[in-house]
Design a protein around this ligand. Structure first.
Ligand code: NAD
Length: 359
């Protein structure tokens, strides 16, 4: 019998890469539950929309009735929960949506997963034993590593700095509590900064590429010295699928690229790649790097994140395949080759497509 994976947030950056990979690499059916907020984009899944193993439900994870229906109708073998409000600056401006989706939404999904899994167990369904609820989270829950040589591990105490990371930390705690208290078979992964194709152009890498191509300023917070640990989205997806298939129930796995870069160096690296790949610059621009502007730092900005991924390496044999140099070049190439995808976002027409999406 075909297995079914219920993915939340599958129209987003990482979720769409998960959906695409599962459909390509397995015989599983994929049910994508997504509210299509500003960052959800059906165009990111245009190539799989007609796949008979792909189903889309436009719904809010905080809507208990809709989540109950999704579990009852599709009877998933596993859940991968990616739906979230994900942008730190938006969380500083308007934190309410972060609590609503990341905390109350995760709580609602957990409750409906628990109810469904209890019913499976009560009817001695073979699905009950193998059911997994995999919660996808961030290394930002651990706070700031500034000034040290340390790395985050699965044992690092939580110390979130922003409304975003606090709401993700809360969701991680809920997932662990549902495992410990109710026995729900959960898995948690905390990953470092992702980059790659189809990332919404508010995040550092796509923002820098698209602003540079348009001859707009390239804003860099503070002195640009903040350090992030970068991982290509496809390496993250491979880690997620390994954890889902072979991770130990109740465990957390830290996922990262061992690839620390200062933000300013990332911006310069993109400018250098664009000099080579897009030498025809906008009028008045002689070097892309001349567009760099240092702007007032983000309040509460964490100085450094870095992951020690040795647990997932030792237990599951996961290692990133992409280096930052190769991954960044491929990413810039993707944005250069896929202008209709990002142009529709910049001019707002991608919203029309969402309005016409059938549930
Ligand atoms: P994204 O913003 O690109 O996508 C989020 C998706 O969730 C969108 O499709 C959106 O429509 C959907 N969504 C939002 N609220 C919803 C709701 N209430 N109900 C249903 N769907 C809803 O985010 P992303 O970068 O793909 O991140 C996905 C997950 O991975 C998040 O949980 C994030 O915390 C985590 N994560 C991201 C990174 C990163 O660098 N991007 C790193 C580590 C972990």
């Amino acid at each position: 019998m075909t297995h079914t994976l219920l993915v939340t947030g599958g129209a987003g950056f990482i979720g769409s890469a998960v959906v695409r990979e599962v459909l390509a690499a397995s015989a599983w059916r994929v049910v994508n539950v997504d509210k299509l907020t500003y960052s959800g984009n059906p165009a990111s899944l245009a190539d799989v929309a007609d796949n008979p193993r792909y189903h889309f439900i436009r719904a809010d994870i905080a809507d208990a009735a809709a989540m109950r229906a999704a579990f009852e109708i599709f009877e998933p073998d596993a859940v991968m929960h990616l739906a979230a409000e994900s942008h730190v600056d938006r969380s500083i401006d308007s934190p309410a949506a972060f609590l609503e989706t990341n905390v109350r939404g995760t709580f609602t999904l957990l409750e409906e997963a628990r109810r469904y899994w209890k019913n499976l167990s009560a009817t001695a369904s073979p699905k009950a034993r193998d059911f997994r609820f995999h919660h996808i989270s961030t290394d930002e829950v651990f706070g700031d590593l500034s000034g040290g040589e340390d790395f985050f591990t699965e044992e690092t105490p939580y110390a979130p700095s922003s409304p975003y990371s606090a709401s993700k930390a809360a969701s991680d705690h809920l997932v662990r509590a549902w495992q410990r208290t109710y026995g729900l078979p959960t898995l948690v992964t905390n990953c470092s900064n992702n980059y790659g194709p189809r990332q919404f152009p508010e995040k550092l890498i796509p923002l820098t590429i698209l602003n540079a191509l348009a001859g707009r300023e390239l804003p860099v917070y503070g002195d640009g010295g903040q350090i992030r640990d970068w991982l290509h989205v496809e390496d993250h997806v491979r880690a997620l699928l390994l954890v889902l298939a072979h991770g130990r129930v109740g465990e957390t796995y830290a996922v990262g690229g061992h690839c620390e870069r200062r933000n300013i160096d990332v911006v310069h690296a993109i400018c250098d790649i664009l000099e080579e790949m897009a030498p025809q610059k906008p009028e008045g621009v002689s070097r892309y790097a001349d567009l760099i502007r240092f702007v007032r730092d983000r309040p509460g900005h964490d100085g450094r994140y870095a992951i020690d991924a040795s647990k997932i390496a030792a237990e599951l044999g996961w290692r990133p395949r992409e280096t930052f140099a190769t991954g960044l070049r491929k990413t810039v190439r993707w944005y250069l080759d896929n202008e209709p995808w990002w142009r529709a976002i910049l001019d707002g027409t991608y919203r029309c497509e969402r309005l016409g999406t059938q549930v």
